[in-house]
Design a protein around this ligand. Structure first.
Ligand code: SF4
Length: 254
C-alpha cells in the first residue's frame, strides 16, 4: 500500500509551494483542488446535506481560490505576503491524517475542519440587527490565554490549522496586553480568516496584517454607500473603501 507522506517540511512540498507563485503550476493545482472540492461537496454523502447548501460551499471555496489567483496575476498580492500565506495555508491542505484518525477513533466522529472564535463582543460600530449583539461599551471578552489555548489545542488534538475569528470587531480585541496580531504571531502555522468591519484598517494596521502574513481579512459590506451607511453608520462605506486601498497597497488579499 502506498504510504502517505505527512512530513509538512518535505523539500518536495516546499518546492511545490514556491512554484505556486507562478501561474502555470498554480493553474494545474487549482484544477486538482476544484475537482477535489466538487467530489467532496457535491458527490460524497449526497443524501446527508441539502444540495443547495453544498453548492454554496463549493462555489464559495472555488471563488476564494479564483480571487487569490486573480490577485496574484494582477500583482495585488505581494510575494512576501503570498509566501507567508502559503506557509500557514499549506497546513490545511496537507493534513497529518494520523491525528485526525486518532480523534475519530476516540470520539466516534470526524473532528471539525476549523474552529470559529469570537474573542470579544466589543465593536467600534453599532449596526442595526448586529448578529453578535456587539456594542461599543461591551467589556465581554475571552482572556488571551484561553484564545491561544484553543488555537494550540485544535492543532495538537486533530491537526487543524484553520481558525476563523469572528466578532465583535477582532481589531479592537485586547487582553493581557495582547492583540489579534500577537495571536497570529504565536501561531504562524495557523491560517486565520478574520471577519472585520474594516473601518480600523488604516495604513499602519494594513502593514501589520502584511507583516504577520497568516491573517486574511474578510470585510463586511452591505452593498453600496447608501445601504452600508444606513445599517452601519454614516461614513462607514468610505472607510471600508480606504481599508481596501490600504490592504491593496501592501499586497494583502481580502
Ligand atoms: S460590525 Fe459586525 S460586530 Fe460590529 S456591530 Fe456591525 S455587525 Fe455587529
Amino acid at each position: 500500500m502506498k504510504k502517505e507522506n505527512n512530513n509538512l517540511k518535505s523539500p518536495m512540498k516546499e518546492i511545490l509551494i514556491s512554484s505556486l507563485a507562478y501561474s502555470l503550476p498554480r493553474k494545474f493545482l487549482m484544477n486538482r483542488i476544484q475537482k477535489k472540492l466538487y467530489k467532496e461537496f457535491l458527490e460524497k454523502d449526497k443524501e446527508k446535506f441539502p444540495r443547495k447548501v453544498q453548492e454554496d460551499k463549493f462555489y464559495m471555496a472555488r471563488n476564494m481560490m479564483y480571487a487569490i489567483d486573480r490577485g496574484l496575476r494582477r500583482g495585488q498580492i505581494s510575494k512576501e505576503v503570498w509566501a507567508k500565506f502559503m506557509d500557514s495555508f499549506k497546513n490545511i491542505y496537507w493534513k497529518r491524517t494520523d491525528k485526525i484518525k486518532a480523534f475519530q477513533e476516540k470520539y466516534g466522529f470526524k473532528p471539525p475542519g476549523f474552529v470559529t472564535i469570537s474573542p470579544t463582543k466589543n465593536c467600534n460600530l453599532q449596526c442595526i440587527g448586529c448578529y453578535a449583539n456587539s456594542f461599543r461599551t461591551s467589556r465581554e471578552r475571552l482572556d488571551f490565554e484561553i484564545v491561544t489555548r484553543v488555537v494550540r489545542e485544535q492543532k495538537e488534538l486533530w491537526n487543524s490549522h484553520f481558525t476563523v475569528i469572528s466578532g465583535g470587531e477582532p481589531l479592537v480585541y485586547k487582553s493581557q496586553d495582547k492583540t489579534i496580531f500577537d495571536l497570529a504571531r504565536e501561531h504562524s502555522d495557523t491560517f486565520f480568516l478574520m471577519y472585520t468591519n474594516g473601518t480600523l484598517i488604516n495604513e499602519e494596521v494594513a502593514q501589520k496584517v502584511a507583516e504577520v502574513g497568516n491573517i486574511t481579512p474578510a470585510i463586511s459590506v452591505e452593498g453600496f454607500e447608501e445601504e452600508t451607511d444606513k445599517r452601519s453608520g454614516k461614513g462607514v462605506h468610505q472607510k471600508i473603501l480606504r481599508a481596501f486601498e490600504n490592504l491593496s497597497k501592501v499586497g494583502v488579499p481580502y
